[in-house]
Design a binder for this molecule. Sequence first.
Ligand SMILES: [Ca+2]
Ligand SMILES: [Ca+2]
Ligand SMILES: [Ca+2]
Length: 379
Amino acid sequence: MPNQKGTKVVIQPDSIVTNMHKYTYAEPQKKHVPTMNKISNKVAFFVINVLIFSLFAESESKAQPIPPADSNIPFLVTFGKAASQKYGDDDFSQVFFLSIPAHETDPFYIRVFDPDVGGKYDEIYGGVDTKCKFSIYGGKGAWSDPDAQLTDPTGNYKAGTLVDSRTFSESEKYDNNWYSFGPLDPKEGEFIEEFNGYVFKIVAEGISGDDGNLYNYFFSRGPNVNISIEGANAFGYEWTFRMPAERNAVCHLYPYITDDVVSIQQFNFDWDDDGIIKIVSYEKKGEWVEMSNEANWKSSTHQILETERNSSLDIQFIKTREKAKENNNICFSFKNQFGEFMRFYTIPIGGVQRFKYSLGVLDNAREGERYKKDKVFVK
Ligand SMILES: [Ca+2]
Ligand SMILES: [Ca+2]
Ligand SMILES: [Ca+2]
């Protein structure tokens, strides 16, 4: 997968994690710098990126898990198909794609943390009765079939060749522990010229029961250890994940904006009025999106400017409620103006955008006030 497109420089995710994790909507930031014009700001932006890149070039390994460490998302979630949508999963299915560089010949492993349903972490209703199936697909169509690039488990979304699969229920062995698929041969993936790599598809399905499986992935060189695969990247079109329990926690997703995008439509499901979802970019200091409540979808359309293309937006999910919801699961996706779903990469392509000016104390305070009183979003 191309980590760089055009001339922009990749910000390594580890380099932004410190600031991101500290950031909340009400936290005082550096003073506004109105005297700097747009061009000098952009120059400064790139200079800083280059510095950060050189400092953190070795830290790419941190981005090999799904969810990535700097997203602050604790777990992916897939419920059994008998579950209520009110638990936060709209379709009891989750799909990710992994791209391995074309030159790779060494075998690798797809590791799943806590693949079982029961014991620690998982969200259980009544008895533990849920089976969750993980399947890995390669070969022709795994990614290139149009149905594979949608967000609903319909049509030919499982296109490709089944490489391996396994179904988990409650398991002492795999509770709070890893299961490793593999060794897998990179050449079993679907070769995609655009990515200059072999692409694998990983499907998680809640095939029975009503409980929620919480789990993570790591793409590794070894079966019993997490060693990243250099140059690999992963993406999904719709992420279903658990928010942290703590008030003021901020999670991030990074949709990649290609150079033909002029507007985006976001979709979120079952946000449960848990706080603010906003878009941060070079041009947007924090543009709110329309937010869902219990078991409904909300969407809104947002304009994209030239300076926001060829890199990744920072979608922030901020818990602001006095009484934070403990088990909030949410689904999130984006379409471009062509109606195509967009990719959210674990290693943000083109780097993660930041607003061109630092936000002042007043800006942040106003945003907090607006949340309390108006609950509007800004287009
Ligand atoms: Ca159950
Ligand atoms: Ca689990
Ligand atoms: Ca929810």
